[in-house]
Design a protein around this ligand. Structure first.
Ligand code: SIN
Ligand code: MN
Length: 201
């Protein structure tokens, strides 16, 4: 049902690697704090909080969706991507160019993300590689048309997802998280890391 090129790698990060990633992210958040993004036009706040690392960060506000080199609230450049994210890209992307952006989404107990495509990048030949940490979520994946049938899968802490090939432009979203399903994050919740190539190499 889901399109070709949608791949889940359960337990890609083991518990030790998840803990190391959580610690690396503490350093990222110290320099690039999570903030509440807003929807284009309406300015409505999203339920997730966001940050980024890498040369470019994906942001959204009243002016629209875009990539930019600086944090929208601090004006500072995004921190470098932790080595473990570069390693995940190398292992999973099957793409020669380096990743340029890692969007970090934090989901509290009531956060979700509506069905959407990732299409603000110039190069759809590069896949999207995503890693989940913390509470399990119900992830929804469909086809390349919004009206295509969808199915939902559980993503647990340490799982990786690759959206490549036809699935690069598949509609996807997060219906809900399942609070209390992981002990990785002391404060609970879920972190999703989405690693992407933005420009053509
Ligand atoms: C996203 O599409 O930006 C996030 C997906 C996820 O949280 O798994
Ligand atoms: Mn997405």
């Amino acid at each position: 049902m889901a399109v070709d090129g949608f791949r889940i790698v359960p337990g890609y990060l083991d518990r030790a690697a998840q803990s190391a990633m959580r610690e690396a992210l503490q350093d990222v958040f110290a320099r690039a704090p999570l903030y509440t993004p807003r929807m284009p036009n309406t300015g409505r706040p999203m339920s997730v909080r966001m940050s980024n690392c890498g040369p470019l960060g994906w942001v959204t506000d009243e002016r629209g969706y875009r990539y930019q080199a600086t944090h929208p609230e601090t004006g500072e450049p995004w921190p470098a991507m932790p080595q473990a994210l570069l390693d995940a890209w190398r292992a999973l992307a099957g793409y020669d160019g380096a990743p340029e952006s890692c969007l970090i989404n934090f989901y509290g107990p009531d956060a979700k993300m509506g069905l959407h495509q990732d299409r603000d990048e110039q190069d759809f030949d590069a896949p999207v590689v995503s890693l989940s940490l913390g509470d399990t979520c119900l992830f929804r994946i469909g086809g390349t048309k919004r009206s295509d049938p969808t199915r939902s899968v559980r993503l647990a802490s340490g799982d990786a997802v690759v959206l490549g090939g036809a699935a690069r432009l598949a509609f996807h979203g997060v219906d809900r998280i399942m609070p209390g399903t992981s002990t990785l994050l002391p404060e609970g919740g879920r972190i999703n890391l989405t690693v992407r190539r933005v420009t053509r190499p």
